[in-house]
Design a binder for this molecule. Structure first.
Ligand code: GLN
Length: 389
């Protein structure tokens, strides 16, 4: 039957299929598998943050919040960002609280990108990027970060800029490769953006998960504050991915675009959780140190384990994901490998072809999330050991 209501946007979105996270979570549940697919921790964030949420509800913070964020949270985001970057932003005009970084990305696209504008992005990418570009009617210019180094190809980058380029979508630390863009790479991006008057949309949700190198915020580079929207969230850093608290930081003109879309998407995000997020961002430095140390151990554990089983592993410099090459096990592609893994080993992982504009580029890869307790990671490795037999 033909759906007479199908529009161009719906058709384009349908061509991307449903998000891989939904399908893998379904299979994980069906086979009672350890879920190293969608990136959510199997543990909760700190008690003091949960208590702050309960307190906020008890104290009556239960109605709509100010559309662009409860004042305490906007202030806490500004304070934390200043500590991290040395840049100051006005909490009331330069910060917008959204429903997770995913909404911030959507609001940025719908609020700032005109149909026909070109947006440069790097594959592999978090799957919502392409969908948001499509909803905005943007043309994507895709640059491949190729294994094993996932280095930025300078020629390809220079060639991607045209007089129609409106923005570049950056993600560092990068999901799913674990790449942390170097200062040199970011300098090059910054130089080209200034030269061509292009905006930077910088998704930095894994900012506290850097194991090698340093996290350079592109907004801090010379002349970039005025053309950058830095997007981040609470979910990864505080292990509350289901709270969906995210934000954008950038000059008033850019935030005005984000707000214009956000007010009609969702109006505001959950009020008590915003109060708790403010408490979280005021955590002492020791919280961040312990968080980071725990993730370094998890990274080392999974990278070692996968290598022992026989994968070609690309050890991540950041994030809580690791990409590996499954070719040594002889499966046809990433879908076939991940299907076997969940059905026969009881471990769910993401087939990364869904993160590539050209799906072929992801065929030999598999992505594992390691935001799991060490016991669970060990058990996953034990289960996958049968691949080697
Ligand atoms: N960013 C998460 C991941 O890559 C998923 C977020 C989502 O499912 N919307 O696993």
């Amino acid at each position: 039957m033909t759906n007479t209501h199908t529009t161009q946007v719906a058709t384009r979105l349908a061509s991307f299929g449903s998000t891989i996270f939904t399908e893998i979570s379904r299979l994980a549940a069906k086979y009672n598998a350890i879920n190293l697919g969608q990136g959510f921790p199997n543990f909760d964030g700190p008690e003091f943050v949960k208590r702050a949420a309960v307190d906020a509800m008890t104290m009556g913070h239960n109605q709509y919040a100010r559309s662009f964020g409860v004042p305490d949270l906007n202030k806490a985001i500004a304070r934390r960002f200043e500590q991290d970057s040395g840049l100051t932003f006005d909490p009331d005009t330069e910060i917008t609280v959204t429903n997770g970084c995913t909404e911030a990305i959507a609001a940025t696209f719908l609020g700032l990108i005109n149909p026909g504008d070109e947006v440069i992005m790097f594959e592999p990418f978090y799957d919502s990027y392409r969908a948001c570009a499509s909803m905005a009617g943007a043309e994507m210019k895709v640059i491949t970060l190729a294994a094993p180094e996932f280095a930025l190809d300078e020629q390809a980058l220079r060639a991607a800029f045209t007089d129609k380029t409106k923005a570049i979508l950056l993600n560092t630390p990068h999901n799913p490769t674990g790449k942390v863009f170097s200062r040199q790479e970011l300098d090059l991006i910054a130089e080209l953006c200034k030269q061509h008057d292009v905006l930077v949309i910088s998704d930095e949700v894994y900012e506290k998960l850097v194991f090698e190198g340093e996290h350079v915020r592109i907004a801090t580079l010379d002349g970039m504050r005025e053309r950058t929207l830095t997007l981040s969230s609470l979910g990864k850093t505080f292990s509350f991915t289901g709270w969906k608290i995210g934000w954008s930081i950038g000059p008033p003109e850019l935030n005005a675009g984000v707000r214009a879309a956000h007010q009609f998407f969702t109006f505001c995000s959950a009020t008590p959780l915003q109060h708790a997020a403010a408490a979280a961002l005021n955590a002492p430095e020791s919280y961040y140190t312990e968080f980071h140390d725990a993730y370094r151990k998890r990274r080392d554990l999974i990278v070692d384990g996968l290598a022992r089983i026989g994968f070609n592993v690309y050890p991540p410099a950041g994030t809580y994901f690791v990409l590996a090459d499954h070719s040594p096990f002889g499966f046809e592609d990433d879908m076939a490998f991940c299907r076997h893994l969940v059905e026969h080993c009881g471990v769910a992982a993401i087939p990364p072809s869904s993160f590539y504009h050209n799906r072929e580029h992801g065929r030999s890869l598999v992505r594992f999330s390691f935001c799991k307790t060490e016991d669970e990671l060990r058990e996953a490795i034990r289960r996958m050991s049968q691949l080697a037999e």
